[in-house]
Design a protein around this ligand. Structure first.
Ligand code: ADP
Ligand code: MG
Length: 265
């Protein structure tokens, strides 16, 4: 469903991506791991239209997307969240949720003029859906608060919620649990499990190997801008290339098992 082939991106002499390739099938849940600076966020940006690669091909559902604008990629059903979400200053939590809705009728001036009732009904539906999602993420009581004022962890949940408003077929998540307290982390894991069970494919960039092992069937490991291997999360610690890539970090415990939360992976 999503295919990246030989993707390259250079920033002032730094090869952030140096021929990265991966494939994600429909409905799969994939971990994307690798040491800091290995190119994970850059690859997510390239795969979601936020960054144009210098070379390589990216296709989603058979369409080339590496030169598409982010909103067009999102329109195809491929959504991403950010490592550090930036909340607009003057929007409420509910309004941020609504930015993720794909409203069809209200976007057409003719429908707006000729069928205002249909537009209003669509908006009311979106608000209901946003409130239901906020409720599932324990954020409903904050619906009318300024989004910039809620905690960092709540903002990460909110950015996931806004991405879910568009009913994506695939979600790219950049460190969803970083800076999220254990309670909200549980909420987040449960939400993602349900989203995946409902058929949405997930690509999760994450340092918490326990979280990856819980949610993902398979992992890609990125090192210095290239994918060095793909394996089950449980096999990571026994893969020599992975261990070498992480040498000097504290990703794995003494017993060779991946550390759970707070791991330096
Ligand atoms: P990761 O998410 O795996 O930690 P990144 O994709 O953020 O890694 O970064 C990969 C490399 O590219 C790093 O060396 C980083 O400093 C560099 N890099 C990323 N984005 C930029 C940018 N906008 N300008 C300059 N260098 C960047
Ligand atoms: Mg990153």
């Amino acid at each position: 469903m999503l295919r990246a082939e030989g993707v390259k991106k250079e920033f002032a002499g730094i090869h952030a991506l140096d021929g990265a390739s991966l494939e994600v099938g429909e409905g799969e849940a994939i971990g994307l791991v690798g040491p800091n600076g290995s190119g994970k966020s850059t690859l997510l940006s390239a795969m979601s239209g936020f960054l144009r690669p210098d070379a390589g091909e990216i296709t989603f559902d058979g369409r080339r997307i590496e030169r598409m604008k982010p909103w067009r990629v999102a329109g195809l059903g491929l959504q991403r969240t950010f490592q550090l979400p930036q909340m607009p200053e003057k929007m409420t939590v509910l309004e941020v949720m609504l930015t993720g809705a794909r409203l069809r009728r209200g976007n057409s001036i003719w429908t707006s003029l000729l069928r205002p009732g249909a537009v209003a009904a669509e908006q009311a539906e979106a608000i209901d859906r946003a409130r239901a999602l906020l409720d599932e993420m324990t954020l409903l009581r904050l619906a009318n608060q300024p989004a910039a004022m809620i905690s960092g962890g709540q903002q990460k949940l909110l950015s996931l919620g806004a991405a879910l408003m568009g009913s994506p077929r695939m979600l790219l998540l950049d460190e969803p649990t970083a800076g999220v307290n254990p309670t909200l982390r549980g909420v987040l894991a449960e939400r993602l499990r349900q989203v995946h069970a409902a058929g949405t494919a997930l690509v999760i960039v994450e340092h918490d190997m326990g979280f990856v092992a819980d949610l993902c069937e398979r992992c890609y490991v990125l090192d210095k801008g290239t994918v060095i291997t793909s394996c089950a999360p449980s096999k990571l610690a026994s893969d020599q290339r992975v261990v070498e890539a992480y040498l000097g970090t504290k990703a794995f415990g003494k017993d060779g098992a991946p550390r759970r939360s707070g791991a330096a992976l």
